[in-house]
Write a protein that binds this ligand. Sequence first.
Ligand code: ADP
Length: 460
Amino acid sequence: MKVAFISSEVVPFAKTGGLADVAGSLPLALEKLGIEVKIIMPKYKTVKVKADKTIIGRNVEVLFVENEKYFGRDKLYGDRFGDYPDNIERFSYFSKACLELLKKINFKANIIHCNDWQSSLIPVYLKTIYKNDIFFAGVKSILTIHNLSYQGMFDKSQFTKTGLGWDLFTVRGLEFFDRVNILKGGILFSDAVTTVSPTYAKEIQTKELGCGLEGILEQRANDLYGILNGIDYNIWNPKKDKNIAKKYDANSIKDKCVNKEDLQKISGLKVDKNIPLIGMISRLADQKGFDLVAAIIGDLLKTKVQFIVLGTGDNKYHILLEKIARLYPAKSSINLKFDAMLAQKIYAGADIFLMPSRFEPCGLGQLICLRYGTVPVARLTGGLQDTIQEFDANTKSGNGFTFSDYSSAGLLSAIKRALALYRDRAAWQKLATRTMGYDFSWESSAKEYADLYDKFAGNK
Ligand code: ADP
């Protein structure tokens, strides 16, 4: 089985969010299952590799699409003030370049696995412009939606940038309320659609979370699969993590507090292992629940807690968090940047990890924090619902603290339940140790992808 895995971001070369983690780890798990995978991504300025390709894992080739005009920029898609205005041009170019590259290197993939809107034109091109191209005869395309709220929507006047004919600018094509919708094209033209958790696969077929595409997703329900993301257990491993002050595992969880004190020290918080430290690492976007955090943070910081945030994104949340930093300088540490090393220190050093998402396709933060024995407080939506269960002191089951309604009261009450347990240090340590025993590595999910490839491509 040969698979071309197309992604606009891949760890360790470029990352804005979870897609990069998935694209940098799922192919390695697929390789272990005997699948030949090649990854293709744009060569952004952040890509430090000089050549036009490199290897990750045992032998997974990563090929870079080069174009200084489109990709030689500081950021991937835009800055805190908005998206780059020529994104449709940039990713139409990328999508076509991927297909041309496959021809050039003569990689006859059984499956072209596309991800999010940035490569959603590939399934469309395969069934239109490249329909009669003998090189792609029999190839199947799979589109994974990592977040339905990013659809690649553009003004109608930009449609010609895709290189597609106006006959495709219809309700049955890429037109969406008189605008261009690239993701919609991917959903309609790919052979199968997947998303990153079973619950989110159901949710996106509803009006509430379908972002206007619930109708066509329902139309494709027979070919729509929810496969839970995993994380790379070699990278996210407190026993091997070189970025943290003291390595530990479930047997030496007491050493976690060395990391907590280190984090308190480097972030200017009072060094005291008995003050519960609440962490949050997230893109600053409406999806992530910062409005709920803003509503409760004043009350919360009146109690004995510390709060550390790492994130970057929408300007309005930068402003909001800067205000929190000004109001509570002693008890908060607000880090408005992207910093992979600090992220690892927070996963290792915090006691509690917040994910109060409005919606969450899968969420990786909760999987990573569990791995580090940091207890999640999460809203039950999408992948959070599939991975986090409320802790029950009687049955000693569950791995976090949860709430259902999108409300600040719900969030505060879940945090308070966590803080109450935290006071019972022995019980807390037991819970933290147990969270480390959950297995959210790629093993079983990669098998589900492999089965899907077999189903659609036949085992050629
Ligand atoms: P999303 O894909 O919606 O951004 P996920 O929870 O699926 O959310 O994945 C987020 C990933 O990005 C995690 O690996 C998280 O640690 C990382 N991350 C988010 N913001 C930052 C940041 N500012 N610095 C470092 N890592 C970050």
